[in-house]
Design a protein around this ligand. Sequence first.
Ligand code: PMV
Length: 351
Amino acid sequence: MTTQFIGKENFTIHTQTVSESCPSNIALIKYWGKYEHQIPANPSISYTLNHCKTNTTMEFLADEPFSVQTFLSGNEEVKFAEKIEKYFKNIEQYLPWILKGKYIIRTENTFPHSSGIASSASGFGAIAKCLMALDEAFTGKTSEEESLRKASFLARLGSGSACRSLYNGLIVWGATEEVQGSSDLFAVPYPDTEIHEVFKSFNDWVLLIHEGQKSVSSTVGHSLMKTNPYAERRFQEARENFVPMKEILKSGDMESFIKLVEHEALTLHAMMMMSDPAFILMKTGTLEVINKIWDFRRDTGLPLFFTLDAGANVHLLFPADASEESIKTFIEAELLQHTQKNGVVKDVMRF
Ligand code: PMV
């Protein structure tokens, strides 16, 4: 199934340092539930962010015994190093040189640490890009397209949603008849000609409702879908949602876009509540913000809406157009008070 990504047996390794940067992403149709080898239970589509990034420098010391040392913002992170070691061992067939040296990995996020913004997507995206830069140095040049595709494939094996962070714009991961070339193994950009202008310049302001560790990790969340009695229906719905999404993206139908994106976010959290054991990642502030957004939209008709990740933070979505100043004023005056420390990360998607 994955033979196209098997690594070249001929390579010449040497000590080398590479640096790469990768943004985070936010899903509009969500991936929640997976099968063995990080195969998603349903296709997903996301926006890649612009400012929320991970910058990673990877030092490879050739011919030293295999080991991994990681530093996050200068502080050594032993747990993360163990995770990366396991990951490298897992992907050896795709990069046959990977266990033949020592790694020192320095990484930093441009967004606040423990803000709850998914750092695994940007983190594994940046690591996969570094690995492909080393692969090119050891095995020879590959085309940019092939290299990005393999980086997406490798990032997926680290953290599923990371595979979507390799590309800018609207990105699809998971095979669906609605998107040509889509695959369970790697992400592909959604065709540019099929996207209305209004969706090409969008704000995502992330309200940091609750900073710190989540009570349930996404790994546990995904696995709880295996016994969730609503899982099959959910996977089916996500697949079906690609049909209206495609039409919406083409036509620029903002009202339907808002309805679909908010429904996807609430469904994700509904699945958590219907798991056994049940869990809730939203906080009081999350619900207060959602209600205020709905009131604001009813009162003004302006296109401010939300999506949620697997956490309490609210991603405020609104087009970068004539309405954005009124929306920004409302957010500052009414929504910021529900964050923990007036925390907001102002990002924008442009492509
Ligand atoms: O990639 P993971 O295993 O961290 O899962 C992420 C799942 C969601 O962020 C909740 C949804 C998605 O599609 O990104």
